[in-house]
Design a binder for this molecule. Structure first.
Ligand code: SAH
Ligand code: SF4
Ligand code: F3S
Length: 480
């Protein structure tokens, strides 16, 4: 067991790579004794929370190997980018960043450069790195995090480039050390991969098939986090609603949520992402009847036209989605709803896009994550005719943003004058003396309060909605 300076406890667990970690640690301790400085690692994460969570494991491994962290690539002895492949601009950003490392490697040939994550699970990307980025030393995929110590040793000892992008169907490596920052909010993956193959999406190809963690492992991890003082746990999965597939004894997502809700301690639980095709009234009832589950559902609809939904292979209709939303609103009038929207899916017409706007008006989302469709090689949608030009799609996109801007602001304003429980999560970077926090609905709150209250649940009287926050003052107690 190894206690870190931010209080996190790292336990390497029992797995085959432990001796490699020990060896790297021995070498890095020698550096520390010789120079008075531990070797420094720079880790940058692109993409979604799944990647953030993976990077926390990578950082856990790096800490055990004796690295400290830096935010400055120029100071680093080891540089790692954890990459995202979901849209084309995510990929180009990574290549831009990697290009900039060439100079650093020339100045410091000892520097080790590694790339990992979703992009590395695509053959064309690995080929491009092999050919055009010779200074990248290590490439590993989404299912090879635990092999990092071995890969590092190989590079150090052979000075050859190494690759591990193997997929291991059905395998979950438990007990990897996790290096979390912040101490208030923690990500906990409950499942990996995706079986849905929405026609636009690369994720099932780069993350492999769905596999769920054992409920005991999840409960133990959450219990440990709560004991360390974490106050908000976000459960992660590409489609948390299909949690439990293949586990014995049988358990489903509402069942898991009930077990988590019964754990002792003062904490909130969120989860993402919920696929509407698997979101049931039982799940909604579970949230409504729980003590710890936040009144917030991220339920990505993607678009409002049945024709487009069918071509996207989303497997629900607009009517089914709206009826689910109706059920949820009835069960929890204070529920916040958020969604992802794709504009300009191949073949989408302006009239079909207007159906999306109409659905958004009906649902009244608190906020939206909005994307212009980006063709991903090897997906079905990339083969579909896509006649609408980029300029036109941008025009639709702006129309969407304008609509949501107005709706979102009204949603914030509806909370003016109410008192809500807020989890204070940090100090405002721009405004001294102001703490930031979130309501159960995940609305951002700013409140003047002493810094020692970070990590507490406090009642806040919300006075004024500004864009995009609610300003308030500490209240004595929550009203109703
Ligand atoms: N599993 C989650 C989403 C993961 S990807 C779900 O099913 O909701 C996050 C979001 O990126 C998706 O919801 C979608 O809105 C967007 N996205 C995925 N592929 C995309 C593409 N090719 N172009 C544009 N947006 C895309
Ligand atoms: Fe992609 Fe669909 Fe899977 Fe989400 S559910 S990760 S959008 S394939
Ligand atoms: Fe990107 Fe991979 Fe997440 S493709 S969105 S980092 S699962």
């Amino acid at each position: 067991m190894y206690k870190t300076e931010n209080g996190a406890i790292l336990e390497p667990g029992e797995w085959e790579h432990q001796s490699q970690i020990e060896e790297l640690r021995r070498r890095n301790e020698e550096v520390l004794h010789r120079t008075g400085m531990p070797p420094l690692a720079y880790v940058h994460t692109f993409g979604c929370q799944q990647n953030v969570s993976d990077s926390e494991k990578i950082k856990g491994l790096l800490r055990l190997m004796g690295y400290a962290f830096t935010d400055d690539t120029a100071q680093a002895d080891f540089i790692l980018f954890n990459t995202c492949a979901v849209r084309e601009n995510a990929e180009s950003r990574v290549f831009g960043n990697v290009g900039e490392l060439k100079k650093l490697k020339r100045e410091n040939p000892q520097l080790i450069i590694a790339l990992c994550g979703c992009m590395m699970q695509q053959e064309r990307i690995v080929q491009k790195i092999k050919k055009s980025y010779p200074y990248v030393d290590i490439v590993f995929g989404t299912q090879a995090i635990q092999t990092l110590p071995g890969l590092m040793l190989q590079v150090l000892d052979t000075h050859r480039r190494v690759y591990d992008t193997r997929m291991h169907a059905g395998q979950i490596v438990e007990n990897l050390p996790v290096w979390r920052q912040g101490g208030v909010k923690a990500w906990v993956p409950i499942m990996y991969g995706c079986d849905n193959f929405c026609t636009y999406c690369i994720v099932p190809y780069v993350r492999g098939r769905e596999v769920s963690r054992q409920p005991q492992a999840i409960l133990q991890e959450i219990q440990g986090l709560v004991e360390q003082g974490y106050r908000e746990i976000t459960l992660l999965g590409q489609n948390v609603n299909s949690y439990g597939k293949g586990l014995t004894p049988a358990i489903d997502f509402p069942g898991l949520l009930q077990l988590i809700d019964e754990l002792p301690g003062d904490f909130w639980v969120r989860f993402m992402t919920s696929h509407p095709k698997d979101c049931t009234p039982r799940l909604i009832d579970t949230i409504a009847n729980s003590k710890k589950l936040c009144r917030h559902l991220h339920l990505p609809v993607q678009c409002g036209s049945n024709r487009v939904l069918r071509d996207m292979n989303r497997r629900y209709t607009r009517e089914e989605y709206l009826s689910l939303v109706g059920y949820a609103r009835k069960a929890m009038p204070d529920l916040a709803l958020t969604s992802d929207i794709i504009v300009g899916f191949p073949g989408e017409s302006y009239e079909e896009f207007l159906e999306t706007l109409d659905l958004i008006k009906q649902v009244q989302y608190d906020s939206l994550y909005t994307f212009i469709y980006s063709p991903r090689p090897s997906t079905k949608a990339a083969q579909m005719p896509d006649p609408v030009d980029a300029k036109e799609k941008s025009r639709w996109f702006r129309e969407l943003l304008e609509l949501q801007d107005a709706i979102g602001y009204e949603r914030y304003r509806a909370f003016e004058g109410t008192t809500q429980t807020v989890l204070l999560d940090g100090e405002s970077a721009a405004k001294p003396g102001i703490l930031t926090g979130r309501t159960q609905q995940n609305l951002l709150v700013e409140v003047p309060a002493p810094a020692q209250l970070v990590g507490s649940f406090v009642p806040v009287k919300l006075q004024k909605a500004v864009k995009w926050a609610l300003q308030g003052v500490l209240a004595q107690e929550k009203e109703g």
